[in-house]
Write a protein that binds this ligand. Structure first.
Ligand SMILES: Cc1cc2nc3c(=O)[nH]c(=O)nc-3n(C[C@H](O)[C@H](O)[C@H](O)COP(=O)(O)O)c2cc1C
Length: 206
């Protein structure tokens, strides 16, 4: 099985990356294939509401060449998707918001291409607003008919400077637990799918 992590932070080697990679490491130990990408820091545009994805249904955003379509392709091939973001004014970064809006809308326009996949939000924050970031990401998973596993104390790491996440022992333990939960759920879902196909939710976008 494959897990894809996409990081909305512009900071390479930063806290969100540390948290995401802990989840990936745990899943790798459980035999999963892992992929890590960073969209933070890339010149990503927001959704232009052109509705071409709804008209063309070609699994692509019409804004080409800014990494969102690459992420979308990788998302389609993954069984589990981790979207990670630092907290910026109590919300996701602008790059992560662009990915959520554009990839999320293309997926809905293409017969729910993310439905039945596992989705988990991972968030770094210094002091406040982390649960709101967690909510913002989970809204995309839940409107997409994805399966969201629970974990301990949500999936948040308390951190300010690059590397601080490593000092948040409880946060790091949560990432290991999240990885273990995803590994268990992935196996259970694969077994269930042998008997019953996932009920696809076709959405008519208005
Ligand atoms: C523009 C900006 C806004 C921020 N806003 C918040 C905030 O609202 N709440 C908070 O707890 N931390 C806030 N922070 C701190 C970051 O969330 C924190 O440093 C985080 O660990 C960065 O993760 P990264 O290393 O993955 O980029 C902000 C940082 C920046 C640069």
């Amino acid at each position: 099985m494959k897990v894809l992590a996409i990081n909305g932070s512009p900071r390479a080697g930063g806290n969100t990356e540390i948290l995401l990679k802990k989840v990936l490491e745990t899943l790798e130990d459980a035999g999963w294939e892992t992929e890590y990408r960073r969209i933070g820091g890339k010149p990503v545009h927001g959704c232009r509401a052109c509705m071409q994805c709804v008209k063309q249904k070609n699994k692509k955003c019409m804004i080409e060449g800014d990494f969102v379509n690459e992420c979308l392709q990788a998302m389609e091939s993954a069984d589990a998707i981790l979207l990670g973001s630092p907290t910026y004014f109590a919300d996701v970064t602008a790059e992560m918001k662009a990915l959520i809006d554009r990839a999320g809308f293309v997926a809905l326009a293409n017969d729910g291409m993310l439905s039945g996949k596992i989705g988990s939000a991972v968030v770094a924050f210094r002091r406040a607003g982390g649960t709101h970031v967690f909510d913002s990401i989970n809204h995309m998973f839940q409107i997409s008919s994805m399966i969201v596993p629970g974990s301990l104390y949500w999936n948040l790491g308390v951190a300010l400077d690059r590397g601080d996440a490593l000092k948040d022992e409880e946060g790091m333990e949560n990432m290991v637990h999240l990885g273990q939960t995803i590994a268990w759920l992935g196996k259970a879902m694969a077994n269930a799918a042998k008997e019953t196909p996932f009920p696809l939710a076709m959405v008519e976008l208005r």
